[in-house]
Design a protein around this ligand. Sequence first.
Ligand SMILES: Cc1cc2nc3c(=O)[nH]c(=O)nc-3n(C[C@H](O)[C@H](O)[C@H](O)COP(=O)(O)OP(=O)(O)OC[C@H]3O[C@@H](n4cnc5c(N)ncnc54)[C@H](O)[C@@H]3O)c2cc1C
Ligand code: SF4
Ligand code: SF4
Length: 1003
Amino acid sequence: MIPRLPLRNTVETDVDRFLQALRHTDFSGEIRADFASRLLSSTDNSIYQILPQAVIFPKTTADVVAIFQLADQPAFQRLTFSPRGGGTGTNGQSLSTGIILDCSKYMNQILEVNLEAGWVKVQPGVVLDRLNSYLKPHGVFFAPNLAPSSRATLGGMINTDACGKGSRIYGRTSDHILELTWVLSNGTTTSSSSVNAQDLAQLKAQSDRIGQIYQQVDEIVTTKQSLIEQQFPKMPRFLTGYNLAKVYDPERKFFDLNRILAGSEGTLAVVTQAKLKLTPIPQYKELLVIHYDCFDRALKASQSLLAFNPAAIETIDETILELAKQDEIYPRVKDFIGDARAINLVEFVSEDATQLQATVEQLGQELNSNSISYYQTSSGSEIAALWELRKRGVGLLGNRPGARKPIAFIEDTAVPPVNLPAYIQEFKELLNDYNLDYAMFGHVDVGCLHVRPALNLQVPQDEALIRTISDRVVALVRKYGGVMWAEHGRGFRSEYTPLFFGEELYQDLRKIKAVFDPRNRLNPGKIVTPFGSEEEVVKVEAPLRGHFDRQVPTTMQADYEVVFSCNGNGACFNVNPDYVMCPSYKGSSERIHSPKGRASLLREWLRQLALNQEGDLDKPANILVKFWNTLIKSIGQYDYSQEVYDGLHGCLSCKACANQCPIHVDIPSLKSKFLQRYYTRYLRSPRDYLMGHIEFLTQWQGKFPRLTNLMMQNFLTKEILRTGLGIIAPQPLSEITLANALQSRNVSFCDRAAPRLRRDLNCLAKADPTNSVILLPDLFTSVYEAPLVLATYDLFTQLGLQVYVLPPLVSGKPLHVLGFLKKFETIAHQNIAYLHALQQFDIPIVGIEPSMVLTYRDEYASFDGGFSLKIQLPQEFLLEQGDRFPQLQCHNSYTLLGHCSEKTLAPASQQQWQQVFQAVGLQLKTLETGCCGMAGIYGYEAEHLATSREIYQLSWEQHLPTDSQAQSYYLATGFSCRTQVQRFTGWIPLHPIQVLQQELGVM
Ligand SMILES: Cc1cc2nc3c(=O)[nH]c(=O)nc-3n(C[C@H](O)[C@H](O)[C@H](O)COP(=O)(O)OP(=O)(O)OC[C@H]3O[C@@H](n4cnc5c(N)ncnc54)[C@H](O)[C@@H]3O)c2cc1C
Ligand code: SF4
Ligand code: SF4
């Protein structure tokens, strides 16, 4: 059995006292000191792992003031604070051993928009994509862009002065800030905007810390003007942290303190509100995908492309294009890429269509004359898909086979674009000196190159290369007049600051830190330490994640390999409610309830198991020991495994992460493995046994539907189920049994007395494979929705097929979800043998319910030597029957809401339904939706009902009509999805098969 995991890393006494005291102030936010919350803030997208003491989630500016006023008291002046947004930093900027101020959970409101004046006011935790989708209907957007726009926050962007695609014409975040509200480490709060000389004089005259800040900054940027001009390279991507060069405008009429705050990485103040400039969305866009046979040629070409003045040029190399082939994005872009081994994405934007066409045509002619192929598009969806490929690039790198993974530490250097080819040549030679593989891509139009060398930081020799390579790259960048941190900020690379600014300006930067934060309490060690203090900045070898990961023996890692590959890119924090990943995170706003959260918990769990291992982890304890363990846990004995359990228990097992995460971090499979081990120590609840074996029970209930309904559909039973077992009672069974329903069509099952396999084989031996289909219904559809199975039978028959209906199989899926892996394995082996035997007839086997079909294809594959059973989804099968379809005269239009697992594990499935409908002359619109919130077992667990409803409301409820006439045109493929709609609204969406069958039936 697994041992108890008592953690020794407890919260320090003064931190604990501070948190207690904070609870007695007006602070209205949330305070967390549990290990799981701390662990979740110990990583970002960097190579570092640093455990904070606690995590505080403020809700308002007043909360942040309350935190710092209390922290300013003598008893707490040792404590330090690091603000955090989306946690997508690539250099550990938000990591610290102090207290984390997470602004993303509650401070995420869009406060006010003024279209006439062209600004929007936001709290710092607003995610960029959310802001831009809110602004889109108004024809404006926040122009600075960055690859993780689906999860990076405005607070983080301001504090790293973020920019990305389009920075050539739109600039950086700091170019779009009108006003910031911020709180100092002593609790003082103020707002800053660009001011004229008169206002500046007044601000400087203030006798408080704010006055001192204005005085100090003005003194430096005025007295050191020529040194600043001389020292700061004239490059669009030159990032300082505290941007001395831009505090005054070129005419030196206006003074803008926000240029110092932008890019300050939380070291000067906590930003609590921002007023940001809006930009009109360009009316016309054209994107060219230019094809090359290698990265070098793509790179060289970018110099001549600059002459056409595009909004962006981004180069993607062969490594990423190759990895993308395994990703769900690839089917959407492959036709535009063709055989190219490297591409340049070149985007043009304009308000003038004629001028735009002229420029693009001119470029096209030049490409044609050089025999360079390209694809040109102005389609919004194609452009979005191609940029999505670019955005997913970094994440995809983690998917590279082998222990060495491309990692971020020298990844955003920039040199003047004219030096780029020579610089890259030397950069490659440098990496070749260490025989390192790497991927390269980036914003070549501004000379910024993303390079991620592949290293295995679990190996000490590779770890040592972090220092060696960083030092050499710094020297190289300086040689070519560039900068080490052109895009992603400094974080743990802060030690190189003096090399780029010179000693004199470096000391001036320290003076700025000193006047804002004299006691070095805000994100200490990043960028600079206060002038006069003995403290040092952080170093590149600060605690690396590899230190922790290598403590887990490789044999133990093997089973959970993918959790060690999660590189924290945060794609699973996507906040778009209509995107499938990750419903439990969106429904709870808790990062623990995300794939990254769960992968982090599991990594630490394996480490703790390795440190505490006593015997065979997989051998269950006897029932008395389990009883005792469960009892003392329930009366408060701490066990870290319980925190892991809590994190995983919130997972819906919807499988979205298995495919949408670029690394394919498949949490449901990991959860099953965890649960199996967890219950070697503890007792399972009766509900687990009941739900795990629900298919067996359903099988019996299906024989007596009326009796079952009588017993289940009454107040008393429902209350007993809810309060006694924590189960929400399911809907009534279909009163007609499948066998009776099929008998009404004169379908008879084969000789029921014979053993199943022989019976079915005998039956099928007589079939004509060219004209037959085997229908394999699942238990739930058969018992709860027998008319749907009948409709499928009717539809296939209407198409002229001989239909062989098999009695439903127990698939074992609920057992898998709950971690009864041994029993699941037995069932899987039986079913694999049975289905393999059926497959010998070469008759297509078709299921109805996506989650079951995909269980046969996905979960079973691990027991089937990786071989996937050929069970088809109905639309896959129907698509092959095109010539059997009659053409309908009516042109009804339907809307489909897909099932999560179907959309992610069979990415073409939605389009296939469209094609099937089109083939018979019907229209089908597919809607982008998130999860319905039911996901099989999850929605029936009483403790999940509220979140299940919340998830439903986030997306499905927004799309479904309330008008009963319109409802009949909305379709859903998932049994869970239809059930969820029924329980929250009372009506049941039809399955596409029912529509096809009805429409064809009334011809
Ligand atoms: C796959 C990937 C691709 C990336 N591509 C780009 C890119 O194209 N362009 C780019 O610029 N960056 C890029 N980054 C880096 C990262 O996304 C940016 O630095 C982003 O701005 C960080 O935002 P965040 O909300 O995640 O902030 P965090 O990482 O949480 O924090 C970043 C810094 O901001 C500070 N901070 C956060 N909120 C506040 C606040 N309210 N007050 C004061 N300080 C605060 C933190 O202390 C920290 O120093 C990429 C990262 C990843 C993972
Ligand atoms: S789970 Fe996947 S998507 Fe989430 S952070 Fe890890 S690698 Fe990225
Ligand atoms: S299975 Fe679904 S709910 Fe669970 S972690 Fe993955 S995406 Fe989130």
